[in-house]
Design a protein around this ligand. Structure first.
Ligand code: XMP
Length: 315
Protein backbone atom coordinates (compact mmCIF):
# COMPACT_ATOMS: atom_id res chain seq x y z
CA UNK A 1 0.00 0.00 0.00
CA UNK A 2 1.24 3.48 -0.88
CA UNK A 3 2.39 5.43 2.18
CA UNK A 4 3.14 9.13 1.73
CA UNK A 5 5.41 9.31 4.82
CA UNK A 6 7.48 6.45 3.46
CA UNK A 7 7.58 8.07 0.02
CA UNK A 8 8.72 11.34 1.60
CA UNK A 9 11.49 9.58 3.57
CA UNK A 10 12.63 7.77 0.43
CA UNK A 11 12.76 11.05 -1.48
CA UNK A 12 14.79 12.74 1.23
CA UNK A 13 17.20 9.80 1.34
CA UNK A 14 17.51 9.86 -2.46
CA UNK A 15 18.24 13.60 -2.44
CA UNK A 16 20.95 13.09 0.20
CA UNK A 17 22.59 10.46 -2.02
CA UNK A 18 22.26 12.46 -5.26
CA UNK A 19 23.60 15.67 -3.76
CA UNK A 20 26.40 14.29 -1.61
CA UNK A 21 28.46 17.19 -0.31
CA UNK A 22 27.84 19.46 -3.30
CA UNK A 23 26.24 22.85 -2.73
CA UNK A 24 22.77 23.16 -4.23
CA UNK A 25 21.22 26.36 -5.45
CA UNK A 26 17.45 26.30 -5.53
CA UNK A 27 15.20 28.86 -7.10
CA UNK A 28 12.03 29.51 -5.13
CA UNK A 29 8.96 31.37 -6.35
CA UNK A 30 6.46 30.82 -3.56
CA UNK A 31 4.61 28.32 -5.75
CA UNK A 32 3.83 24.78 -4.64
CA UNK A 33 6.58 23.04 -6.62
CA UNK A 34 9.58 25.11 -5.61
CA UNK A 35 8.38 25.41 -2.01
CA UNK A 36 8.09 21.63 -1.67
CA UNK A 37 11.50 21.27 -3.32
CA UNK A 38 13.14 23.79 -0.96
CA UNK A 39 11.68 22.15 2.13
CA UNK A 40 12.75 18.68 0.89
CA UNK A 41 16.32 19.94 0.41
CA UNK A 42 16.30 21.57 3.85
CA UNK A 43 15.01 18.34 5.45
CA UNK A 44 17.66 16.34 3.62
CA UNK A 45 20.20 18.47 5.43
CA UNK A 46 22.24 19.19 2.30
CA UNK A 47 24.13 22.44 1.68
CA UNK A 48 21.52 24.62 0.00
CA UNK A 49 20.94 28.25 -0.92
CA UNK A 50 17.35 29.12 -1.75
CA UNK A 51 17.02 32.15 -3.97
CA UNK A 52 13.95 34.13 -4.91
CA UNK A 53 14.49 36.25 -7.98
CA UNK A 54 12.06 39.10 -8.35
CA UNK A 55 11.69 39.39 -12.13
CA UNK A 56 9.34 42.35 -11.90
CA UNK A 57 6.77 39.99 -13.43
CA UNK A 58 5.32 38.72 -10.16
CA UNK A 59 1.86 39.31 -8.75
CA UNK A 60 1.11 42.29 -6.51
CA UNK A 61 3.06 42.09 -3.17
CA UNK A 62 4.42 38.70 -4.13
CA UNK A 63 7.96 39.20 -2.80
CA UNK A 64 6.66 40.16 0.65
CA UNK A 65 4.28 37.19 0.76
CA UNK A 66 7.00 34.74 -0.21
CA UNK A 67 9.22 36.11 2.55
CA UNK A 68 6.50 35.45 5.14
CA UNK A 69 5.84 31.93 3.82
CA UNK A 70 9.47 30.84 4.09
CA UNK A 71 9.78 32.31 7.57
CA UNK A 72 6.81 30.13 8.49
CA UNK A 73 8.35 26.92 7.14
CA UNK A 74 11.70 27.85 8.64
CA UNK A 75 13.77 27.75 5.45
CA UNK A 76 16.09 30.75 4.89
CA UNK A 77 15.88 32.42 1.47
CA UNK A 78 17.76 35.21 -0.30
CA UNK A 79 15.65 37.70 -2.23
CA UNK A 80 17.14 39.43 -5.25
CA UNK A 81 15.46 42.28 -7.10
CA UNK A 82 16.36 41.73 -10.76
CA UNK A 83 13.35 43.48 -12.22
CA UNK A 84 15.44 46.08 -14.07
CA UNK A 85 17.44 43.37 -15.82
CA UNK A 86 14.37 41.41 -16.90
CA UNK A 87 12.24 44.36 -17.96
CA UNK A 88 15.19 45.89 -19.78
CA UNK A 89 15.76 42.71 -21.79
CA UNK A 90 12.07 42.38 -22.59
CA UNK A 91 11.69 45.93 -23.83
CA UNK A 92 10.10 45.96 -27.27
CA UNK A 93 9.80 42.16 -27.38
CA UNK A 94 6.37 40.87 -28.43
CA UNK A 95 7.01 37.32 -29.67
CA UNK A 96 5.85 34.79 -27.03
CA UNK A 97 8.67 32.30 -27.56
CA UNK A 98 11.27 35.05 -27.54
CA UNK A 99 9.88 36.33 -24.23
CA UNK A 100 10.07 32.83 -22.74
CA UNK A 101 13.63 32.30 -23.93
CA UNK A 102 14.79 35.66 -22.56
CA UNK A 103 13.20 35.03 -19.17
CA UNK A 104 14.42 31.43 -18.92
CA UNK A 105 17.96 32.38 -19.86
CA UNK A 106 18.05 35.35 -17.49
CA UNK A 107 16.83 33.18 -14.60
CA UNK A 108 19.82 30.90 -15.01
CA UNK A 109 22.23 33.79 -15.57
CA UNK A 110 21.02 35.51 -12.41
CA UNK A 111 21.54 32.33 -10.41
CA UNK A 112 25.03 31.79 -11.71
CA UNK A 113 25.88 35.45 -11.18
CA UNK A 114 25.03 35.02 -7.52
CA UNK A 115 27.21 31.97 -6.98
CA UNK A 116 29.21 30.77 -9.93
CA UNK A 117 30.97 28.07 -7.94
CA UNK A 118 27.66 26.37 -7.18
CA UNK A 119 27.75 22.77 -8.26
CA UNK A 120 24.12 21.86 -8.60
CA UNK A 121 20.90 23.62 -9.63
CA UNK A 122 17.64 22.25 -8.20
CA UNK A 123 14.40 22.80 -10.10
CA UNK A 124 10.80 21.99 -9.20
CA UNK A 125 10.06 20.58 -12.65
CA UNK A 126 6.98 18.34 -12.72
CA UNK A 127 6.04 15.55 -15.10
CA UNK A 128 3.67 17.70 -17.23
CA UNK A 129 6.49 20.27 -17.75
CA UNK A 130 8.71 17.47 -19.01
CA UNK A 131 6.22 16.17 -21.56
CA UNK A 132 4.97 19.54 -22.79
CA UNK A 133 8.43 20.56 -23.89
CA UNK A 134 10.00 17.23 -24.73
CA UNK A 135 12.40 17.54 -27.64
CA UNK A 136 11.18 14.47 -29.49
CA UNK A 137 8.49 11.89 -29.74
CA UNK A 138 5.67 14.01 -28.42
CA UNK A 139 2.92 15.95 -30.15
CA UNK A 140 3.21 18.49 -27.35
CA UNK A 141 6.89 19.03 -28.13
CA UNK A 142 6.45 22.14 -30.19
CA UNK A 143 3.68 23.76 -28.14
CA UNK A 144 5.83 26.07 -26.04
CA UNK A 145 9.20 26.25 -24.42
CA UNK A 146 8.82 25.94 -20.68
CA UNK A 147 11.13 28.30 -18.87
CA UNK A 148 12.96 25.49 -17.11
CA UNK A 149 13.78 23.64 -20.34
CA UNK A 150 15.73 26.29 -22.22
CA UNK A 151 19.00 25.40 -23.92
CA UNK A 152 21.29 26.52 -21.13
CA UNK A 153 19.58 24.20 -18.69
CA UNK A 154 19.73 21.30 -21.12
CA UNK A 155 23.48 21.92 -21.34
CA UNK A 156 23.80 21.88 -17.54
CA UNK A 157 21.64 18.78 -17.41
CA UNK A 158 23.99 16.95 -19.73
CA UNK A 159 26.81 17.83 -17.31
CA UNK A 160 24.83 16.31 -14.44
CA UNK A 161 24.35 19.70 -12.77
CA UNK A 162 20.57 19.79 -12.57
CA UNK A 163 18.56 18.11 -9.84
CA UNK A 164 14.83 17.60 -10.50
CA UNK A 165 13.45 15.32 -7.80
CA UNK A 166 9.79 16.10 -8.64
CA UNK A 167 10.08 15.31 -12.35
CA UNK A 168 7.96 12.16 -12.15
CA UNK A 169 5.16 13.67 -10.13
CA UNK A 170 1.87 15.38 -10.90
CA UNK A 171 0.65 18.42 -8.99
CA UNK A 172 -1.67 16.51 -6.65
CA UNK A 173 1.18 14.24 -5.62
CA UNK A 174 3.41 17.24 -4.92
CA UNK A 175 0.67 18.75 -2.74
CA UNK A 176 0.34 15.51 -0.75
CA UNK A 177 4.10 15.48 -0.30
CA UNK A 178 4.02 19.12 0.82
CA UNK A 179 1.33 18.41 3.41
CA UNK A 180 3.41 15.56 4.82
CA UNK A 181 6.33 18.02 5.07
CA UNK A 182 4.20 20.42 7.15
CA UNK A 183 3.85 23.16 4.53
CA UNK A 184 0.80 25.36 5.27
CA UNK A 185 -2.43 24.61 3.41
CA UNK A 186 -2.73 28.09 1.86
CA UNK A 187 0.69 27.70 0.22
CA UNK A 188 -0.08 24.20 -1.10
CA UNK A 189 -3.44 25.20 -2.51
CA UNK A 190 -2.33 28.44 -4.05
CA UNK A 191 -3.19 28.51 -7.73
CA UNK A 192 -0.30 27.58 -10.02
CA UNK A 193 1.67 30.51 -11.41
CA UNK A 194 3.79 30.17 -14.57
CA UNK A 195 7.56 30.52 -14.38
CA UNK A 196 7.64 33.43 -16.88
CA UNK A 197 5.13 35.18 -14.65
CA UNK A 198 2.93 37.96 -15.91
CA UNK A 199 4.88 38.03 -19.19
CA UNK A 200 2.62 35.26 -20.54
CA UNK A 201 -0.46 37.20 -19.41
CA UNK A 202 0.54 40.40 -21.17
CA UNK A 203 0.44 39.65 -24.89
CA UNK A 204 2.32 42.35 -26.79
CA UNK A 205 4.89 44.64 -25.26
CA UNK A 206 5.63 44.47 -21.54
CA UNK A 207 5.97 47.87 -19.89
CA UNK A 208 5.95 48.84 -16.18
CA UNK A 209 2.55 50.52 -16.65
CA UNK A 210 1.04 47.45 -18.30
CA UNK A 211 2.46 45.19 -15.56
CA UNK A 212 0.93 47.40 -12.87
CA UNK A 213 -2.53 47.34 -14.53
CA UNK A 214 -2.34 43.54 -14.77
CA UNK A 215 -1.21 43.17 -11.15
CA UNK A 216 -3.98 45.43 -9.85
CA UNK A 217 -6.73 43.73 -11.86
CA UNK A 218 -5.42 40.31 -10.87
CA UNK A 219 -5.34 41.21 -7.16
CA UNK A 220 -8.94 42.45 -7.37
CA UNK A 221 -10.11 39.24 -9.06
CA UNK A 222 -8.29 36.94 -6.63
CA UNK A 223 -9.56 38.89 -3.61
CA UNK A 224 -13.11 38.58 -4.94
CA UNK A 225 -12.65 34.82 -5.41
CA UNK A 226 -11.48 34.52 -1.79
CA UNK A 227 -14.31 36.73 -0.53
CA UNK A 228 -16.95 34.71 -2.36
CA UNK A 229 -15.49 31.33 -1.37
CA UNK A 230 -14.72 30.42 -5.00
CA UNK A 231 -10.93 30.47 -4.78
CA UNK A 232 -10.58 26.85 -3.66
CA UNK A 233 -13.09 25.59 -6.23
CA UNK A 234 -11.06 27.04 -9.07
CA UNK A 235 -7.87 25.37 -10.26
CA UNK A 236 -6.29 28.57 -11.58
CA UNK A 237 -7.55 32.13 -12.06
CA UNK A 238 -5.95 35.34 -13.17
CA UNK A 239 -6.33 38.59 -15.08
CA UNK A 240 -4.59 39.16 -18.42
CA UNK A 241 -4.08 42.49 -20.17
CA UNK A 242 -4.91 42.51 -23.87
CA UNK A 243 -2.82 44.34 -26.47
CA UNK A 244 -5.77 46.30 -27.73
CA UNK A 245 -7.37 49.64 -26.98
CA UNK A 246 -11.08 50.24 -27.43
CA UNK A 247 -13.42 53.19 -27.20
CA UNK A 248 -15.50 53.90 -24.12
CA UNK A 249 -16.89 56.74 -22.01
CA UNK A 250 -15.53 58.03 -18.73
CA UNK A 251 -17.49 60.90 -17.18
CA UNK A 252 -18.53 62.98 -20.19
CA UNK A 253 -15.48 62.10 -22.18
CA UNK A 254 -14.49 59.59 -24.76
CA UNK A 255 -11.94 57.13 -23.46
CA UNK A 256 -9.60 54.99 -25.50
CA UNK A 257 -8.17 52.41 -23.15
CA UNK A 258 -7.07 48.82 -22.56
CA UNK A 259 -9.05 45.65 -21.89
CA UNK A 260 -8.62 43.08 -19.12
CA UNK A 261 -9.54 39.46 -19.71
CA UNK A 262 -10.38 37.33 -16.67
CA UNK A 263 -9.76 33.59 -16.79
CA UNK A 264 -10.80 30.93 -14.26
CA UNK A 265 -10.38 27.25 -15.09
CA UNK A 266 -10.70 23.82 -13.58
CA UNK A 267 -8.22 21.14 -14.54
CA UNK A 268 -6.77 17.86 -13.33
CA UNK A 269 -3.20 18.24 -14.47
CA UNK A 270 -3.11 21.34 -16.73
CA UNK A 271 -3.13 19.20 -19.88
CA UNK A 272 -6.79 20.00 -20.45
CA UNK A 273 -8.96 22.63 -18.80
CA UNK A 274 -12.50 23.92 -18.73
CA UNK A 275 -13.62 27.44 -17.87
CA UNK A 276 -15.55 27.90 -14.63
CA UNK A 277 -19.18 29.04 -14.52
CA UNK A 278 -18.54 31.71 -11.91
CA UNK A 279 -21.67 33.42 -10.55
CA UNK A 280 -22.51 36.69 -12.31
CA UNK A 281 -22.21 38.44 -8.94
CA UNK A 282 -18.54 37.47 -8.67
CA UNK A 283 -17.86 38.62 -12.22
CA UNK A 284 -19.85 41.83 -11.73
CA UNK A 285 -18.05 42.77 -8.48
CA UNK A 286 -14.68 42.08 -10.06
CA UNK A 287 -15.49 44.05 -13.19
CA UNK A 288 -16.86 47.05 -11.26
CA UNK A 289 -13.80 47.21 -9.03
CA UNK A 290 -11.40 46.92 -11.94
CA UNK A 291 -13.20 49.58 -13.99
CA UNK A 292 -13.35 51.91 -10.99
CA UNK A 293 -9.80 51.58 -9.83
CA UNK A 294 -7.39 50.28 -12.47
CA UNK A 295 -5.98 53.18 -14.46
CA UNK A 296 -6.10 52.86 -18.24
CA UNK A 297 -8.68 50.06 -18.35
CA UNK A 298 -12.21 50.62 -19.71
CA UNK A 299 -13.31 47.07 -20.57
CA UNK A 300 -13.39 43.70 -18.78
CA UNK A 301 -13.97 40.36 -20.53
CA UNK A 302 -14.44 36.80 -19.26
CA UNK A 303 -12.56 34.10 -21.15
CA UNK A 304 -14.82 31.12 -21.99
CA UNK A 305 -12.29 29.01 -23.88
CA UNK A 306 -11.56 25.40 -23.09
CA UNK A 307 -8.05 23.90 -23.34
CA UNK A 308 -7.69 22.66 -26.03
CA UNK A 309 -7.80 24.54 -28.29
CA UNK A 310 -6.85 27.51 -26.08
CA UNK A 311 -4.08 27.13 -23.52
CA UNK A 312 -4.54 28.19 -19.90
CA UNK A 313 -2.18 31.13 -20.28
CA UNK A 314 -2.29 33.61 -23.17
CA UNK A 315 1.22 32.84 -24.39
P1 XMP B 1 -0.82 26.37 -20.61
O1 XMP B 1 -0.85 27.84 -20.83
O2 XMP B 1 0.28 25.66 -21.34
O3 XMP B 1 -0.48 26.19 -19.07
O4 XMP B 1 -2.14 25.71 -20.82
C1 XMP B 1 -0.57 24.98 -18.38
C2 XMP B 1 -0.12 25.23 -16.95
O5 XMP B 1 1.28 25.46 -16.92
C3 XMP B 1 1.55 26.75 -16.41
N1 XMP B 1 2.66 27.26 -17.21
C4 XMP B 1 3.93 27.23 -16.81
N2 XMP B 1 4.49 26.83 -15.66
N3 XMP B 1 6.62 27.42 -16.48
C5 XMP B 1 5.83 26.94 -15.48
O6 XMP B 1 6.34 26.62 -14.42
C6 XMP B 1 6.14 27.83 -17.67
O7 XMP B 1 6.87 28.27 -18.54
C7 XMP B 1 4.72 27.73 -17.83
N4 XMP B 1 3.89 28.04 -18.85
C8 XMP B 1 2.63 27.74 -18.45
C9 XMP B 1 0.27 27.53 -16.56
O8 XMP B 1 0.17 28.57 -15.61
C10 XMP B 1 -0.76 26.45 -16.33
O9 XMP B 1 -0.92 26.18 -14.95
Amino acid sequence: KFDIQEFKDQMIAQIKTDVGDREVICGVSGGVDSTVLAVLLARAGVKVRCIFIDTGLMRLNEAAEVKVLFEEVGVPIEQIDASEVFLGALKGVTDPEQKRRIIGTLFVEEFWKLADDVELLAQGTLYPDVIESATSGSIASKIKTHHNRVDRIMELKSQGKVLEPLAELFKDEVRALGASLGIPHRALWRHPFPGPGLAVRIPGEITPERILSTQQADAIFIAELHRSGWYQHVWQAYAALLPVKTVGVKGDERSYEQAISLRAVISEDAMTADWVELPYEVLRNTSNKILNSVKGVNRVLYDISTKPPASIEWE
